[in-house]
Design a protein around this ligand. Structure first.
Ligand SMILES: *[C@@H]1O[C@H](CO)[C@@H](O)[C@H](O)[C@H]1NC(C)=O
Ligand SMILES: *[C@@H]1O[C@H](CO)[C@@H](O)[C@H](O)[C@H]1NC(C)=O
Ligand SMILES: *[C@@H]1O[C@H](CO)[C@@H](O)[C@H](O)[C@H]1NC(C)=O
Length: 238
């Protein structure tokens, strides 16, 4: 995906802020998901349809961080480790999200250690993971959410443009569908602000991550969550 053909397509695109660094080695998710249907929610409350084909789909396991502003918890970043689910059936994602949260709930590790360094992989069989390769990290840079595969042990370790920052002004959100249970963070659609990893970002099949309804003082909390993330990319197939 960082090959020369894609590179010139991106250069010709209207995206602003594209970094003009050398293209890097093409590589892909283990299984081709370009024909998969991104989960958009349940009618009538649905996320926008993707403009491009899915390129990556992965499970995020981590925390939503909040700081109390005196009365309410306000989102203050997030951290998650990201693991490939491209070889799993789409119908398994809801179970995967629930079961991995229940395992994550019992851990005292930080999310990156938990996902990257093999703790989650120890549960591969019970989770039904087909090729749980580690992709990278989700975290915030200032107010911008980032998905970064250039991090240590990531799919594109050391390839500095192998990330995407979501553009908050272009975000769409829907409440997590009622059929997924209660207490789950919203589903999201974001477009690319910068980075070469993807054009669009979806967060679906969320579990957990919601802060308590009220607070006092200025304490910070971390609420465990899991979700499925989808990255789409403008490419030759579109
Ligand atoms: C705290 O956040 C809530 C929810 O966003 C907002 O309604 C409230 O005005 C904020 N309070 C302060 C002191 O900023
Ligand atoms: C969010 O929580 C994680 C632990 O899950 C922590 O490592 C990270 O530093 C926190 N980030 C922020 C911006 O508070
Ligand atoms: C994980 O822990 C949270 C907070 O204790 C709880 O609300 C949630 O039901 C748990 N989820 C699972 C799948 O175990």
């Amino acid at each position: 995906m960082f090959g020369s053909i894609v590179y010139s397509t991106l250069l010709a695109s209207s995206f602003i802020g594209f970094a003009t660094a050398a293209p890097t080695t093409p590589s892909k998710a283990t299984c081709d998901i370009s024909g998969a249907f991104v989960h958009l929610g349940e009618f009538p409350s649905m996320l926008p349809h993707p403009q491009y084909n899915p390129k990556y789909v992965f499970l995020g396991v981590g925390t939503q961080n909040y700081t109390c502003n005196g009365t309410s918890y306000v989102l203050d970043g997030a951290v998650a480790g990201l693991v490939d689910v491209s070889c799993n059936w789409e119908t398994s994602y809801k179970t995967l999200a629930t079961q991995s949260l229940s395992i994550w709930n019992q851990s005292n590790d930080d999310p990156i250690t938990f996902v990257r360094d093999g703790v989650l992989a120890q549960h591969s069989t019970e989770l039904g993971f087909r090729s749980p390769s580690y992709f990278g990290e989700h975290f915030f840079v200032g107010k911008l959410p980032r998905w970064d595969f250039s991090v240590p042990k990531g799919l594109f370790e050391g390839q500095e443009n192998a990330f995407v920052n979501g553009a908050q002004p272009a975000a769409a959100t829907i409440a997590a569908p009622g059929s997924t249970g209660t207490g789950n963070i919203a589903w999201l659609y974001l477009t690319r602000q910068d980075g070469e990893l993807a054009s669009e970002i979806y967060r679906t099949d969320t579990r957990g991550g919601v802060a308590p309804p009220s607070c006092s003082g200025s304490d910070s909390i971390q609420v465990k969550y899991t979700s499925i993330y989808w990255l789409t990319e403008r490419s030759g197939r579109n």
